[in-house]
Design a protein around this ligand. Structure first.
Ligand code: HXC
Length: 307
């Protein structure tokens, strides 16, 4: 019989911090209308924050606003594609004019899909790097440029991934971008500490939720026996990430900056005494051999001498 593993967390709707911890604070959560971003936005709302939900998708924005309001917070939505610095400025302006000056930014929005590196088109690579790494930088920069001249403190949390440390076979674009985000977190924490701005990373483990994208949900075997595939003996819950996010931005974490907090029940450090048989990525994703795949024009090798 297996040992019991890590205990269950407190129930949904409870908070780690005191009620009202974020009264008067304005928080932006990018991608705050779905999944883990929605859980984080909701928890800030529960603790009294006014929350700006930024997303490209109108339905997602509406869902985020409802979730925050149901938890007792104030919320508004602003359309934003975080790849576009002008769109970020417009969205941040809209949040400030409705909710007040922004104190906290959660860079949660991401883009991702599994694909063997040799199948990945240049545009697929650029798209994910643009959303994950460039979007995180552009949003962080925009907030800093508001806080610094106003001499106001702030906190930024960058949602990361443990394959920033290990590499991410099947997710080369996202893993490389998340490694960039981890590094950026460390740089910005040093640059902006003199201004009272803290920057931390927050890394989720296996935390199933209803908004997983079709491409990720389609990974073969993804939902089989999930509890038994992690050392904790159970998957994580989005609220466990949300509690960590609200802690990292709180007054109780004012000496924590430049760190990345991994909330995954020790899954990413796992090693077997004898490793299980190795399965190449193409096989894990049920892909035919590379040569048998029709090549889309955008992923063809560029002609010699072209850019
Ligand atoms: C191969 C794909 C693809 C797929 C898109 N592309 N999906 N290639 N396999 N499944 C390629 C397209 O063909 C195109 O290249 C390029 O990527 C851009 O695609 P678009 O659809 O035009 O981009 P866009 O509309 O901007 O959408 C971005 C997106 C999309 C990333 C592709 O999925 C998205 O918006 N996702 C947001 C939500 C999300 O992904 N969340 C997951 C985060 S989870 P060509 O060459 O054809 O032009 C996460 C956790 C990590 O990050 C841990 C996971 C284990």
């Amino acid at each position: 019989m297996s040992p019991p593993g890590l205990r269950q967390p407190p129930p949904l709707g409870t908070s780690a911090l005191s009620a009202g911890t974020y009264d008067g604070s304005v928080v932006i959560v990018t991608g705050g209308g779905t999944g883990l971003g929605k859980a984080i936005a909701t928890e800030f709302g529960r603790l009294g924050a006014s929350v700006g939900i930024l997303s490209r998708n109108e339905q997602h924005r509406a869902a985020g606003v409802v979730a925050v309001e149901e938890a007792g917070g104030r919320a508004m939505a602003a359309p934003c594609d975080i790849r576009d610095p002008d769109a970020i400025a417009t969205a941040f302006d809209a949040v400030e004019s409705e909710l007040g000056p922004i104190d906290i930014l959660v860079n949660n929005a991401a883009g991702n899909f599994p694909v063997p590196a040799e199948d990945m088109s240049p545009n697929a690579w650029r798209t994910v790097v643009d959303i994950v790494l460039n979007g995180t930088f552009l949003c962080s920069r925009d907030l800093a440029r508001r806080l610094i001249p106003a001499e106001r403190d702030g906190a930024i949390v960058n949602v990361g991934a443990s394959y920033a440390w290990t590499g991410g076979p099947g997710f080369a674009h996202s893993a490389a971008a998340k490694a960039g985000v981890k590094n950026l977190t460390e740089t910005l924490a040093v640059e902006w500490a003199p201004y009272g701005i803290r920057v931390n990373g927050l890394v989720p483990g296996l935390m199933p939720h209803e908004d997983e994208t079709a491409a990720i949900a389609a990974v073969p075997g993804k939902y089989e026996g999930q509890d038994s595939r992690v050392p904790a003996g159970r998957v994580g819950f989005p609220r466990e990430l949300a509690w960590a996010a609200t802690y990292l931005c709180s007054p109780y974490a004012t000496y924590i900056s430049g760190d990345s907090l991994v909330v995954d029940g020790a899954n990413w450090q796992r090693r077997h005494t004898v490793q299980p048989p190795f399965t190449p990525v193409r096989q894990q994703l049920n892909r035919p051999p590379f040569g048998e795949l029709a090549q889309p024009a955008s992923s063809a090798t560029p002609a010699k001498g072209s850019n």
